[in-house]
Write a protein that binds this ligand. Sequence first.
Ligand code: AQP
Length: 329
Amino acid sequence: MTRIFSGVTPSGHLTLGNYLGAIQRWVSVDQHQSPHQEDALFSIVDLHALTVEHEPARLRRLTRQTATLLLAAGLDPKVCTVFVQSHVDEHTRLSYVLECTATDGELRRMIQYREKSAKQQSVRVSLLTYPVLMAADILAYRTDEVPVGDDQAQHVELSRDLAVRFNQRYGHTFTVPRAVVPPVAARVMDLQEPASKMSKSASATTGIISLLDEPAVIRKKVMRAVTDSGSDVEYDRVERPGLANLLEILAACTGGEPAELAAGYDSYGAVKKDVAEAVVELLRPLQERHAALCADPGFLDAVLRDGAERARALARPTVDAAYRAIGLL
Ligand code: AQP
């Protein structure tokens, strides 16, 4: 049995990057690898959205929207567990114990902390400790695999380190997890700034495809994507990052290989046209299901209630064991 856990932060509207880097695999592979709902857990990690400036009403809206989008993308509550992080107290209980296992130095080295804190005047303490809470999310379920995009691989590495350290100091308590990163589109880049990751919390939206963007908007954004000077179509992440990003998106949407796909084109315009249509077709069923799910909010409430109950029952014994192991009465 392989237990899988992964999460998504309701810090903005979900992007094509979130979908291709993580959600696509959760839906097509991860939720089906075991007949037990308990072996595939997917969380809307709302506490992580409090690590930067936020607006309470917007967070509530985005938490529901994110959960609805996960179901619309194809997570099936009959075969997996979908829940909201803050509904399961075990995450924060365990996080404190893991803060007593992590060091200040290793948290300050996290790339995402360095990048996000550099853009802010006043940095919340939780932005520094967020990877520890993420480790708690993972370790509380004795997770084996964490399917994530490339940007989260460092945080999963930290979870591994904390699990190993805790087990060595206090006795075997946690499963040591491993990150699973997709072979293509593990880091989808911003269409206007191919050197930056496509991020749901970015201030400018012209380079970001949101999962709920209408087809006309998607076509416009892709056709205006920044590409590199040059006319022959070649897959080269270093010399042609803009074009490489588009080829990776196309490969992830259609199941091909970026370099092989490149060989079939003789102009950037033709690549863009096919990317736009592939993304529109990829998102069409998701958008239709999203609209249907929005008409039945009671269904979402029931899914999240059941998911939280199941998650609590799974996490509690592990967190209790960690409390006992570290010396708490
Ligand atoms: N651009 C991306 N390409 C591939 N995968 C990505 N992921 C995020 N951006 C890309 C993956 O999506 C999953 C959920 O991400 P998250 O919600 O935990 O937060 P994040 O990694 O910080 O993603 P964002 O969209 O950039 O959010 P903000 O703007 O709030 O920081 C993860 O598996 C992630 O790797």
